[in-house]
Design a protein around this ligand. Structure first.
Ligand SMILES: Nc1ncnc2c1ncn2[C@@H]1O[C@H](COP(=O)(O)OP(=O)(O)OP(=O)(O)O)[C@@H](O)[C@H]1O
Length: 317
């Protein structure tokens, strides 16, 4: 039965969540609030601690310090109680490649204690919902990337978890499959499931209700994508010029320039100055008097670059 989404109730509350591996601080005093039925994104560069955090949130990894409550249970003490209500989909395909789609799902149904007609009804629902009907007898190892992902999602939600944790679930699939997958995630959220999903893709992060940006184990920004873009403490500019590579090299040495990307024949420049428009026009004119500088709307990639280019605070160095 479809529950009314209630995006106010806390499903994940973490305070000061920290994980050390020897000298390495993989997750560093992370505070996190995820509410029921929201799609919450985790965005960050490789190695910033996304997977480690997700593994702590599903009770697979014991935090070094800090507090974390998931679905009302304190972890790790309540991990066993909460495990039945959590679904987890990893970056790598983790089902049995030498079993068929049907055998994989029947096995998972048995693991979750589903039997008889209840199991058959739920499996039929999964085949239909995730377009697996024609693939039931295929070995999982022979499926395409998108098909494997649909099977993995079916496996992760078979037991109707209240919370679904997805660790870079779309890293091996094409854009259309990614879109279909996100539609499936929103269907789940609409039915009341809470989703936390890590991603490297800006377009995916932009679709989340709210998101956290992590960098070197720390939370460096969080909020709705719209709010993060509106609050960007700098400006984004487009520079049209005859020799973009030359202008890019010269601007890269400027202290207030956080990032430059060439897009076709123009440059997209992110500065940490609110008055970036006039300031950059002056700099660019010195390099190429004919260049045109125009302020453009910030996107989530600008937010990401600005948040992850900040120097490491003294305490973490
Ligand atoms: N079991 C472990 N033992 C030692 N170091 C680890 C362990 N697991 C993770 N790390 C380290 O902790 C840091 C964070 O890793 P993690 O996998 O959480 O990052 P991530 O953000 O998920 O990266 P990616 O986007 O590449 O998947 C990395 O430096 C990683 O090498």
């Amino acid at each position: 039965m479809a529950a009314e989404p209630r995006r106010t109730e806390a499903v994940i509350v973490a305070r000061g969540l920290t994980k050390r591996f020897g000298e390495l601080v993989a997750v560093d005093h992370l505070d996190l609030d995820v509410r029921r039925a929201e799609v919450y994104g985790f965005l960050g560069p490789n190695g910033c601690g996304k997977s480690t955090t997700i593994r702590m949130l599903c009770g697979l990894l014991r935090p070094t310090s800090g507090e974390v409550r998931v679905l009302g249970q304190s972890l790790p003490a309540g991990a066993e109680k909460v495990k039945r209500s959590i679904g987890y989909m990893t970056q790598k395909f983790s089902l049995y490649e030498d079993l068929s789609v049907r055998q994989n799902l029947e096995f998972l149904a048995a693991v979750h204690g589903l039997r008889g007609t209840a199991a058959r009804a739920r499996l039929d629902e999964m085949y239909a919902r995730y377009r697996l009907d024609d693939l039931k007898n295929r070995l999982a190892g022979t499926l395409s990337g998108g098909q494997k992902q649909r099977l993995a999602l079916a496996g992760a939600v078979l037991h109707e978890p209240e919370l679904l944790l997805l660790d870079e679930p779309t890293s091996a699939v094409d854009p259309q499959s990614r879109r279909d997958f996100w539609d499936a995630l929103f269907d789940l959220a609409e039915a009341g499931t809470t989703l936390l999903v890590s991603t490297h893709y800006m377009d995916e992060a932009e679709r989340c209700h709210r998101l956290a940006i992590l960098d070197r184990g720390r939370l460096v920004a969080n909020g709705s994508p719209q709010q993060l873009m509106a609050d960007l403490p700098g400006s984004t500019l487009r520079v049209d010029c005859a020799q973009p590579r030359r202008v890019q090299q010269a601007l890269a040495r400027e202290a207030h320039v956080l990032g430059i990307a060439q897009i076709g024949g123009s440059l997209r420049v992110l500065t940490d100055r609110r008055d970036g428009d006039g300031w950059l026009r002056e700099r660019v004119r010195a390099i190429d008097p004919d260049a045109a500088v125009e302020a453009v709307a910030a996107n989530l990639e600008d937010v990401f670059v600005a948040a992850t280019r900040k120097p490491v605070p003294e305490a973490a160095a």
